[in-house]
Design a protein around this ligand. Sequence first.
Ligand code: MN
Length: 252
Amino acid sequence: MIDFHCHLDLFENPDAVASECEKAGVYVLSVTTTPKAWRKTSGLAKNRKHIRTALGLHPQLAHERSGELPLLEAFLGETRYVGEIGLDGSPAYRSHAEIQLKVFERVLSASRNGGGRIFTIHSRGAAEAVISTLHRHQCCSTAVLHWFSGTRTELDTATALGCWFSVGPAMLRSEKGRQLAARMPRDRLLTETDGPFAQDGKRPLMPPDVRMAVTQIAKLWSTSEQDVERQLNINLKELLSRVPDTSSRSSA
Ligand code: MN
């Protein structure tokens, strides 16, 4: 099982959750929301086989944390994964669009060095802007749009641009989310939870809950859960083969 977007460091007891994932054999991409969180959060992956860490600066924090950009650039050589990054155009964050874009573009260009990165990208209320920004910065990196909630046309544009997608139980609860997921290319799809932000009722989603997404995808594809898991594992392997894993990246 694969959780390609989870905030391990924001759970009440990150170390216990990390151990649980390791025991369950869940591959986890543990994303960070600020460069300052990088050291401690990447520490959770230490001596654990299935956990990887992404270096990020969340668009909802861009206006408060843009001062940490030099720190992000300093750590960039240590990782193959960058996120959570992106743009947020929802009402509460719309007024910070300019600084969000500045941060997003700077991270995208810095990520060109060393063979590109795998991105996990937030695009709530800003799908079009995210897609056009990625288009301008296209190079060797591969972008995974997490919890995509744009229109069908925007989805098709992102697909044509070569984007990948990660979908989770919270997204697949809505009819719109299921329709979008059904339209995503099967060979560029991964599962995620976005826990602990995303919840199942009042309970934060945990990485093993990607099982619920696998069940939903199997319904959308009219196939078995085993088939879905097989395809997702092939996809992960393919994605990782696209971006070099250099030895300088200790947490790769
Ligand atoms: Mn997230």
